[in-house]
Design a protein around this ligand. Structure first.
Ligand SMILES: [Zn+2]
Ligand SMILES: [Zn+2]
Length: 120
């Protein structure tokens, strides 16, 4: 619920979901948006972020990364560039969606923490 509290601090609550304008009771995001924005915990390569078909599989290093690992030391992954997350990014970049800043910051912080922070 840190996402909600971040948006609450920005004063973005008012009975409407900050992303889709659905009616909400006490939160900033409606249940559908919260569900769509949950972190993806599997079905991707932890080295490069390429997706696999099954989201329920644990993160697995892909064949390309096994042959030639990426030059970076660690990937911090929240989710695929699709659906509501893609819409948010496009809104942030091209429609002056500055109100999403805190929400993105919170999502990125969680992705960073969940993937172990700094590489050792
Ligand atoms: Zn919504
Ligand atoms: Zn990979």
């Amino acid at each position: 619920m840190a996402l909600l509290s971040a948006l609450n601090r920005l004063g973005l609550t008012g009975g409407r979901c900050a992303l889709c304008a659905n009616q909400v009771a006490q939160s900033t995001l409606c249940p559908e948006c919260l569900h769509d924005l949950r972190p993806r915990t599997g079905g991707f390569c932890p080295e490069c972020g390429s997706l696999t078909a099954n989201e329920d599989e644990p993160p697995t290093t892909c064949a390309m990364c096994r042959i030639k690992p990426p030059r970076w030391t660690r990937l911090h992954f929240h989710g695929a560039y699709e659906g509501r997350l893609r819409d948010m990014i496009l809104r942030f970049k091209f429609a002056r969606g500055i109100e999403l800043t805190r929400l993105f910051a919170d999502m990125l912080t969680k992705a960073y923490e969940q993937s172990g922070g700094l590489a050792t």
